[in-house]
Design a protein around this ligand. Structure first.
Ligand SMILES: *Cc1c(COP(=O)(O)O)cnc(C)c1O
Length: 400
């Protein structure tokens, strides 16, 4: 406690963040997660900013499955997996995820952040090349940093640039090359062109990896993910994803792929070897979620109906959105102060959503991001659309 300069420098940096409008306050909810949430002040808000795509986060069936696993397996393991932290429920979940994703084997982590952080270093070294989309998630960027492989970056979703980088890696004589992309990019709702990526991988003898955090459970005809959506099930080498978004929403992550890849990660991946096992109630609840969405596409279908309805109506009112089909709907407001004012006004009108502006998105691309859920009713969406219309007119974004 003798270096006072350290603390004053932190105070200064925090003050600067606040002045620049980059400080992130935390919204405190007094209720469970859902289509509606109760704020700390007791107000009920319609929630349009959770990754709760299938509406399972605050769902009673999910909760009951967690309770059943809690009852059977207890609260926790106080161990890593390889000492005494593996229960039957963990093996069952790994098998169920492999079946769901169409892969050979799966390894669980405490978070997708850990899955991505621990996937590259055990598998690749300085002889290899990682070819990564420029907008990949922070956890992929950090994972790549922990690995000695050469890094090549291609412009977001730009297949011509990807091919250029593949050629550069080939010319550099790299042994193994792996193309890495988010299956869906969460700022824009852009869906990676996996059919084209797989074709390029085949042309240049590269491996492929996708992060399915914004896709597992609802993209593709039966919700298996972006690889199903793009018709390339069985053609992706490594799939990472989260249990903390559509697939239940508590926490947990996974890496899935060929047996020898997963076996290597079990032996060498540091966030797996040196971190506690996933709580059994989360494993049990995730297993129940997979069974539920494998039996029926009802939730997935409702999500896509809600998405199509919202996308159509918000454009009809006169707002500009990024075109697409994903339940992430960026409503473009372009200027940062407008996005800030708009989100604040929507909050007053009872709608929870988040504004994004530079440096999270490019300059002049400020927006509010709407995320649809299967849990939203048509009535709730209509209320949200009315609030958009009112705030839009008040702020002169749309015409009267
Ligand atoms: C949310 C997210 C993660 C992190 O998931 P956690 O399980 O919460 O750590 C990783 N990758 C992508 C693309 C994400 O959107």
């Amino acid at each position: 406690m003798s270096d006072q300069a350290f603390y004053s420098s932190l105070q200064q940096k925090l003050a600067t963040l606040k002045i620049d409008g980059l400080f992130k306050p935390e919204r405190v909810l007094a209720s469970r997660q859902g289509a509606e949430v109760v704020a700390q002040d007791g107000r009920t808000l319609i929630n349009m900013c959770a990754n709760n795509y299938l509406g399972l986060s605050g769902d009673v069936e999910t909760q009951n499955a967690a309770a059943a696993a809690l009852e059977k397996y207890g609260y926790g393991l106080s161990s890593v997996r390889f000492i005494c932290g593996t229960q039957t429920v963990h093996k069952e979940l790994e098998q169920a995820l492999s079946n769901f994703l169409g892969t050979e084997d799966t390894i669980l982590y405490a978070a997708a952040f850990d899955a991505n952080g621990g996937v590259f270093e055990p598998l690749f070294d300085e002889n290899d090349a990682i070819i990564s989309d420029a907008l990949n998630h922070a956890s992929i960027i950090d994972g790549v940093r922990l690995c000695k492989a050469a890094r090549y970056r291609y412009a977001n979703n730009d297949m011509a640039d990807l091919e250029k980088q593949l050629i550069a890696a080939l010319d550099a004589g790299k042994r193994h090359k792996i193309i890495v992309t988010d299956g869906v990019f969460s700022m824009d709702g852009t869906i990676a062109q996996l059919d084209k990526i797989v074709a390029l991988a085949e042309k240049y003898g590269a491996l492929t990896m996708i992060d399915e955090s914004h896709a597992s459970g609802f993209m593709g005809a039966t919700g298996r993910g972006t690889h199903e959506h793009c018709g390339v099930i069985g053609k992706i080498d490594i799939i990472t994803g989260t249990l903390g978004k559509a697939l239940g929403g508590a926490m947990g992550g996974f890496t899935s792929g060929k047996k020898e890849v997963i076996e290597t990660l079990r032996q060498k991946s540091r966030p797996y070897l040196f971190s506690n096992t996933l709580a059994p109630m989360i494993a049990g609840a995730s297993l129940a979620v997979l069974e539920r969405i494998s039996k029926s596409t009802e939730l997935r279908d409702r999500l896509h109906e809600n998405t199509a309805y919202f996308r159509q109506e918000i454009e009809r009112i006169g707002f500009t959105i990024k075109p697409g089909t994903h339940p992430v709907v960026p409503v473009m407001l372009f200027e940062a102060p407008v996005a800030q004012k708009f989100a604040a006004r929507m909050f007053e009108l009872g709608v929870l959503l988040s504004g994004f502006f530079y440096p999270v998105v490019p300059m002049g691309q400020a927006r509010v991001r709407v995320q649809l859920s299967a849990a939203h009713t048509r009535e709730q969406l209509d209320t949200v659309l009315k609030a958009f219309e009112q705030a839009g007119k008040e702020l002169g974004i749309i015409k009267n």
